[in-house]
Design a protein around this ligand. Structure first.
Ligand code: FE
Ligand code: FE
Ligand code: ZN
Length: 295
């Protein structure tokens, strides 16, 4: 079964239940949520998330929790040189993992961090130390922390597979760590996803191990390979193109891995129903953006 979906919102009265409904409205078989706004750390109480209602609804639907992913807010920086801020990141991430567990989800995507002081070696150590602490704080949980491959804008850590390997090497419980492979980010970081995904994946396998991949983010890119920009484009409308992305989505080694679209809204309208449909049909519609604009 194709495991494809998009990020969906978790807000309003329906919260998690609303996320499930939104995913189903796109005919998705997977989805990703932030437990609140991605750019802040204000979070509602667990009891306000409508988890029981969402779980019941999920069980009656075609969606499975194996294909649901949580994303940690991107302002969390385990590599902050300020020890107090690092401590805050660790305690916030600990709560995020607990929320993820409560939501019956088994993985949380994390941007590894930013080397604010520009010392990448030190940043990598802090990130691993933080991940280890979060894992200890949530002992008994099965939630994996999925380190995302980053585009390399600013001082982002995780731009290369080698950096991800260095972090993973320092994580004590390797059953609790995995990788989120983002097609836009790896392309922007300089990997040739467009013409040679297999070779990129061989490299990834040698450095990290492809069994570490627990989720893909499927995005086209507004910028050429190596631009280090991180600006997502709609599927087939960017520098990666439809065929290259289909190759990733339908790759035989990753059929059981959920694939999540984080492509931009078009005129404030989510493109996910249409993009998922195109992916399922394996047929690019060059008029898609125009069509969505005109609906
Ligand atoms: Fe991300
Ligand atoms: Fe991503
Ligand atoms: Zn991105």
């Amino acid at each position: 079964m194709l495991r494809i979906g998009s990020h969906v919102s978790m807000s309003g009265d329906d919260m998690y239940l609303g996320s499930v409904k939104e995913a189903l409205s796109y005919q998705a078989t997977a989805f990703m949520v932030y437990t609140g706004a991605p750019q802040n750390t204000i979070r509602k109480k667990l009891s306000d998330l409508k988890i029981d209602e969402a779980v019941k609804f999920m069980e009656e639907s075609s969606l499975s929790f194996d294909n649901v992913v949580v994303h940690a807010p991107y302002i969390i920086n385990l590599a902050n040189p300020d020890p107090e801020k690092r401590d805050f990141a660790i305690s916030f991430l600990t709560e995020e993992v607990k929320r993820t567990d409560a939501m019956h989800v088994t993985q949380i995507v994390l941007h590894p961090g930013s080397a604010v002081g520009k010392d990448r070696e030190e940043a990598i150590k802090w990130i691993a130390e933080g991940v280890n602490k979060v894992i200890k704080n949530t002992k008994g949980s099965k939630v994996r922390i999925a380190l995302e491959t980053m585009a390399g804008k600013g001082n982002e850590v995780g731009k290369t597979f080698e950096e991800l390997r260095q972090i993973i090497d320092l994580v004590e419980d390797k059953t609790r760590v995995s990788v989120c492979f983002d097609t836009c980010h790896t392309h922007d970081a300089g990997y040739n996803i467009k013409e040679n995904f297999d070779e990129v994946m061989n490299h990834f396998d040698q450095v990290v191990g492809k069994s570490y991949i627990s989720v893909f983010h499927i995005n086209d890119s507004k910028n050429p390979q190596g631009a280090a920009k991180d600006r997502h484009e709609n599927i087939g409308f960017g520098y990666l193109g439809f065929d290259a992305l289909l190759k990733v989505i339908y790759h035989k080694d990753f059929t059981d891995i959920p694939k999540i679209l984080e492509t931009p809204y078009i005129d404030d309208k989510p493109p996910y129903f249409e993009e998922i449909n195109m992916i399922r049909l394996q047929q690019f519609d060059p008029n898609l953006v125009e069509k969505i604009k005109n609906t």
